[in-house]
Design a protein. Structure first.
Length: 436
């Protein structure tokens, strides 16, 4: 059994934020088992705790940020990467400003101060995630993949493609993440910016305190008034950023991650998908099923019964926003007796009904609608694109567009594998259960 870890004692450092230039002080404190990584803003009238969790990510350009309400922590990724490398599960990080210090754009200072104070094991089992299936995320020409891996560590491959820019070129880096490898090969790798990008940011008041001597600013000939610490320093820093963002999964990852031109946005999207994978695995271990709602719980919410209950389980729910359910289609379905003998095809109207039922389960998860039923009012844009036959598993996805106190509208998609079989925009009346 692998045990959780925290730091042995309090330690601290200070410095200016890369983007804001604000001087901030940071205090690292040991934390109890199962605390996780917590940032604490101490400069506010009421201190605010923000968990290092991918679900707390705020949208930012060129960096990671964590947010709770209107309070944020900017650029935690270098600190998080050092925590990952040192295997620290639990820590409270107090900061008296909105952005962590950036130093020279690397995470060396974070690694040094945490390594020096030391790490101690705690009497609690570490949370782990073994990547058991492939995840693929693409955005334009950028992509990132999570893949199963033979080893028990995290393997990272990053392909940095700046072939159009002679100052960087194309760089490829692969490693298994360990404390020793991180210290020797990654901790000192600095963030970088093209000269044109740096000028544009400073014109908008970002990073105005920095000069090319402070961080890597690159033109067509390479670093301006500076030099590379490694010939492939740029790709090494991209690996650091990726490791820091994966720390937001909140579990120790065994698997392989392959990235091509990926930035913080794609890294964070992958972290969210890995959290979902971990939660499914944990539910399966505890309950014998990965379903968020199994058929018994579905029957407590929906009034439908045989032969008209068309959702077997729910595997994903984003509260009030999105749901994913499953309908397993077998030859024993009653409707195949007449639709059609010898050529069994699931009626399109029943696929739409299954989408309506999974939508009802989505609205039932919202507290204000508990005890209400979603009664279908209208169907628009219905398209049946592909036949569903015995043996197919239909994935039912409903995304809420508008939800009012007495009505709701959602966009629905049914898939078999990665092929869309049906689409519809459905509108519901939300009525009290007793009125049905």
């Amino acid at each position: 059994m692998k045990l959780q870890k925290t730091i042995k004692a309090e330690t601290r450092l200070s410095g200016k934020g890369l983007f804001s230039g604000q001087e901030t002080k940071v205090v690292f404190r040991p934390a109890q088992a199962d605390t996780g990584v917590v940032f604490l803003r101490t400069d506010l009238a009421e201190p605010v705790r923000i968990q290092a969790d991918a679900n707390n990510v705020a949208e930012r350009d060129r960096r990671t940020a964590l947010k709770k309400g209107s309070v944020s922590i900017e650029t935690p990724e270098h600190c998080l990467a050092a925590l990952f490398a040192l295997g620290i599960d639990n820590i409270v990080i107090e900061i008296d400003g909105g952005e962590l210090p950036g130093f020279d754009g690397s995470c060396q200072e974070y690694y040094k101060v945490l390594e020096k104070v030391g790490v101690v094991e705690q009497q609690a089992q570490r949370k782990e995630l073994v990547i058991s299936e492939s995840i693929s995320i693409t955005e334009g020409d950028k992509s990132i993949y999570a893949l199963p891996y033979n080893g028990d560590k995290l393997s990272v491959t990053y392909d940095l493609d700046y072939t159009q820019h002679t100052g960087i070129g194309r760089q490829l880096y692969t490693c298994e993440v360990s404390a020793s490898h991180f210290a020797q090969n990654l901790a000192t790798a600095r963030t970088f910016s093209l000269e044109a990008e740096a000028r544009q940011m400073q014109a908008h008041g970002i990073g105005t305190h920095l000069t090319p001597k402070d961080v890597l600013i690159i033109d067509s000939d390479g670093p301006i008034k500076n030099s590379y610490r490694f010939s492939d320093e740029c790709v090494r820093h991209k690996v650091v950023d990726l490791i820091g963002d994966l720390m937001l999964v909140g579990r120790w990852i065994s698997g392989r991650v392959v990235a091509y031109k990926s930035g913080h946005n794609l890294n964070q999207r992958l972290a969210k998908e890995l959290i979902k994978m971990a939660e499914r695995a944990e539910r399966s271990a505890q309950l014998g099923t990965e379903a968020l709602l199994d058929i018994r719980r579905i029957q407590k919410i929906l009034p439908h019964r045989y032969p008209f209950l068309l959702v077997d389980k729910v595997i994903e729910i984003e509260s009030g926003k999105r749901i994913k359910g499953i309908k397993n289609v077998t030859f024993n379905e009653q409707f195949f007796q007449g639709h059609f003998p010898g050529t069994p095809v699931m009626p399109g109207v029943l696929i739409v009904e299954a989408l309506a039922q999974v939508s009802g389960l989505l609205f039932a998860q919202t507290l204000e609608h508990t005890g209400k039923l979603a009664v279908l009012l209208t169907m628009d844009g219905v398209k049946i694109r592909k036949a569903v036959v015995p043996g197919d598993q239909v994935i039912l996805i409903s995304e809420a567009e508008k939800v009012y106190s007495r009505a709701a509208k959602c966009n629905c998609t049914a898939l078999v594998g990665d092929k869309i079989v049906a689409e519809a925009q459905l509108k519901f009346m939300l009525v009290d259960d007793e009125t049905i």
